[in-house]
Design a protein around this ligand. Structure first.
Ligand code: HEM
Length: 148
């Protein structure tokens, strides 16, 4: 079971990273009908991967690995978990923006987004990419019990 959940954890993590990278590329290019639709679809994949990652990660913490007491005494795990939650909450802003495009997209129009909002959404997605680097570092440290 532990191996299965380790596999699922990596599968969801890689899917999440790919989705964030795709969103970053799409949001930095000119917004078109097709890129706006792809952004919406990619964000759905990102949301599902993040939800599954959280669930599988918690199952690993409580059931399959070194035990909750080990992880909740690990600074690396606490940093990784806190960063995941903060970035997850921040990612609600891009998600709400992409969802608000529904009507325009159904009508076959390119959605309107202000320059300020676009900067905010791009900045958050950029922050997600940066957070993933820190999360990967924390994952390696917590799995080995320290910087050894
Ligand atoms: C973007 C999100 C995440 C990424 C990219 C990620 C990545 C990773 C990676 C690469 C490993 C393997 C570490 C190694 O063996 O060297 C790992 C292990 C692990 N992760 Fe995550 N993870 C994420 C989110 C989470 C979350 C949200 C939780 C818990 C709620 C979690 C719990 C765990 C646990 C328990 C392990 C096993 C560590 C061990 O072997 O002791 N992960 N993660």
């Amino acid at each position: 079971m532990s191996t299965l959940f380790a596999f699922l954890h990596h599968l969801c993590a890689f899917t999440l990273v790919a989705a964030v990278a795709i969103e970053f590329t799409l949001i930095r290019s000119e917004l078109t009908l097709s890129s706006a639709r792809r952004l919406q679809a990619t964000d759905l994949v990102l949301g599902v991967a993040a939800g599954a990652l959280l669930l599988i990660g918690l199952l690993r913490v409580f059931l399959f690995e070194k035990g909750a007491s080990y992880y909740f005494h690990s600074h690396a795990f606490l940093t990784k978990f806190a960063l995941f939650i903060v970035v997850g909450l921040l990612s609600i802003i891009p998600t709400l923006e992409f969802l608000s495009w529904g009507e325009a997209l159904t009508a076959g129009q390119v959605p309107a987004i202000s320059a300020k909002k676009l900067r905010l959404v791009t900045g958050i997605i950029h922050g997600e990419l940066f957070a993933i680097i820190i999360i990967l570092l924390c994952a390696a440290i917590m799995a080995r019990g320290g910087w050894v």
